[in-house]
Design a protein around this ligand. Structure first.
Ligand code: ADP
Ligand code: MG
Length: 334
């Protein structure tokens, strides 16, 4: 490796790829280490699920945009979403916080109120953490969950011929971020901003998919549809095509996208932080998924098809033209 290589050339995922090569484990109880949304460890008849995510001030959030209460909820929600993507049940969490000394005490008490609200909603318990001085607010959560080994859904497992499904709508959070960044007051855009500030992890839906063995592979969409789809494809060793005009867009998205961007689909393809579930399942399951969608009142949309690996990731435009995306989505350092 060249000593003049910098992180901005390697990128977040290039770095993780290398870390994965440096660390190889032969632990017989480790079912899944680096490379999925959570680590999976065999523990008696069950599996232990472990995930961690970090939020850094001015990288992941701005104090002027988010209430500390909502930040508390989001800190937990982004981790819950990773457990949802495995079809697991969240149980316990630890939280480490780095805080500047001039932070108003009310900020941290409101933050913990938000954390408590989210923990109560998902029936999980805070069991510890760590506290330190820091120049900016840093929040790191470690969430533990459980599941039955035979039910756990991985990024690997997609098969050629499977359909590709996504829950909810895409691009809302990225459009909400754009509105905040531009500092524009847009009437009726609150839904988009809320999706960014208080994402709703799809725990129950993820569990239902896993328990019924309907999905073959699953990931949560945190870095954008194309980026997370490419992770799922890579782990499964397959390719895919996605029809642009099938991507589910909310009414708010459709209403505001044209005044905020000249590419109507870009935010839905590459915008991060939707925390929806992206999964593959055989075509025959579509009817069952419609019932599930009605039950949970969450849209489930078939957006693509799994192809052999050599086909890569292809996007089919409304006019039928096919292209391979050059930019996938958000990546730290790049
Ligand atoms: P997600 O977006 O679902 O949180 P990431 O893209 O952050 O997943 O991480 C992908 C995989 O890489 C996960 O298995 C995660 O635990 C692992 N990972 C990320 N950063 C590091 C790191 N610095 N060292 C070791 N493993 C890491
Ligand atoms: Mg994830």
């Amino acid at each position: 490796m060249s000593t003049r290589e910098f992180l901005q050339e390697v990128g977040e995922f290039g770095l993780i790829h290398r870390i994965r090569k440096w660390i190889s484990s032969s632990d017989p109880f480790l079912i899944q280490g680096i490379g999925d949304d959570v680590a999976v460890i065999k523990l008696g008849k069950k599996v232990l699920l472990v995930t961690t995510d970090i939020l850094i001030e001015d990288i992941h959030f701005r104090r002027s945009w988010t209430k500390p209460y909502d930040l508390g909820r989001k800190a937990l929600a982004v981790n819950l979403s990773d457990i949802a993507s495995m079809g697991g049940t969240p149980k316990y969490f630890l939280i480490s916080i780095g805080l500047p000394k001039n932070l108003p005490f009310s900020f941290i008490s409101s933050f913990y109120r938000g954390l408590r609200k989210e923990a109560k909603e998902f029936q999980i318990e805070l069991i510890g953490g760590d506290t330190s001085l820091s120049q900016r607010i840093v929040i790191n959560l470690c969430l533990l969950g459980e599941g039955k080994e035979e039910n756990i859904l991985f990024r690997k497992g997609a098969r050629v011929g499977d359909a590709l499904f996504v829950t909810g709508t895409l691009g809302d959070a990225a459009l909400g971020l754009k509105i905040l960044q531009e500092g524009r007051k847009i009437q009726g855009s609150n839904r988009l901003i809320q999706k960014l500030l208080v994402p709703r992890p799809r725990i129950e839906l993820g569990k239902a998919l896993a328990k019924n063995h309907w999905a073959t592979a699953m990931i949560d969409v945190s870095d954008g549809l194309l980026m997370d789809a490419s992770h799922l494809l890579e782990e499964s060793g397959v390719g895919a095509c996605i029809w642009e005009n099938r991507i589910p867009l909310s009414r708010s998205y459709q209403k505001w996208i044209c005044s905020l961007s000249n590419d109507p689909i870009l935010f839905a393809l590459s915008g991060g932080e939707d925390y929806e579930l992206l999964f593959t399942a055989p075509n025959e399951i579509e009817g069952k998924l419609s019932s599930l969608s009605r039950l949970f009142k969450i849209p489930i949309t078939s957006i693509g098809k799994i192809l052999p690996q050599k086909e890569g990731l292809q996007i089919i435009r409304e006019d039928g033209k096919v292209y391979s995306p050059s930019q996938l989505g958000f990546e730290h350092f790049k």
